[in-house]
Design a protein. Structure first.
Length: 270
């Protein structure tokens, strides 16, 4: 009985401890996984920041696009990212559009006109010619106006000493410009009738031609210059007063915007 009792009372192995050990073992194994996951997350954040702070190399990207087009035989390659939250700026095309070409041409023309105005104004200021020589930029182009009183004796075409001196200085500025230029002669409405000048047409044209000859003799290319006479039909002031008539008697040196634009366009096509 004692043996039976002993046999009956023999303690069976407890399952509690192994169960606790089994539960603890997975926890120990999962510890490094959490650390590894944190590391991977940090690396991903690091590379995302690097990408966000970087800039796309346009030239490199265009070379890549060319290579893809050549390899795939396609003429179009997507130039924007398709992933959510990622947008890549389109690479400018190699050939500028027609609107871009027009804008660039207009900017070049405006800069050239501004440079002409600036150089002539410096000449006017340096020689104290305010009131006798003026320069303005208009929709038509650049207009340099020289007073009749500065250049000629009344009713004649002989240049005064001061007029000769000023025109030589103007010629030095104009000789650096390879653009077509028009010399326009104007008179007041006072009638003239002589063997040499039957009307104001002949007088205005002769004065313009006289200025052309002097400019050409002082370095302005003759193939770019022309003389025109307008008589009294394009006044800038009234002919009813002496002051107004003096303003109307003038010679204009005109660089036309359209002429410069055609020349720039021809250069662009070459």
């Amino acid at each position: 009985m004692a043996e039976e009792t002993g046999t009956q009372t023999e303690e069976k192995p407890s399952l509690a401890k192994p169960l606790e050990e089994d539960k603890a073992e997975p926890r120990k194994q999962a510890t490094w996984l959490a650390t590894f996951a944190d590391l991977v997350t940090l690396l991903m954040c690091f590379f995302v920041l690097l990408f966000a702070m970087s800039t796309t190399q346009q030239e490199t990207y265009k070379e890549l696009v060319k290579s893809l087009r050549s390899a795939l035989g396609a003429q179009t390659v997507p130039e924007a990212g398709t992933r959510e939250g990622l947008t890549m700026h389109a690479v400018p095309s190699e050939e500028p559009s027609e609107n871009q070409q027009i804008d660039e041409l207009g900017g070049m023309i405006e800069k050239e006109l501004d440079d002409i105005v600036s150089e002539v104004r410096e000449l006017v200021l340096f020689n104290k010619l305010g009131g006798e020589v003026s320069v303005v930029k208009t929709e038509a182009g650049v207009v340099i106006t020289m007073s009749d009183l500065l250049l000629f004796a009344q009713g004649g075409t002989t240049l005064s000493e001061k007029g000769l001196d000023i025109l030589r200085k103007v010629a030095f500025v104009l000789s650096k410009l390879a653009y077509r230029v028009k010399i326009k002669g104007h008179t007041d409405s006072s009638p003239i009738s002589s063997a040499m000048f039957p009307s104001n047409w002949e007088l205005s044209a002769a004065r313009a031609a006289r200025v052309v000859r002097l400019l050409v003799n002082n370095g302005v290319a003759p193939q770019y210059i022309s003389a025109e006479g307008y008589a009294h039909y394009h006044p800038v002031a009234t002919n009813d007063t002496a002051r107004g008539r003096a303003l109307n008697r003038r010679v204009e040196i005109v660089y036309e915007r359209d002429s410069i634009a055609r020349q720039f366009a021809g250069m662009a096509r070459q």
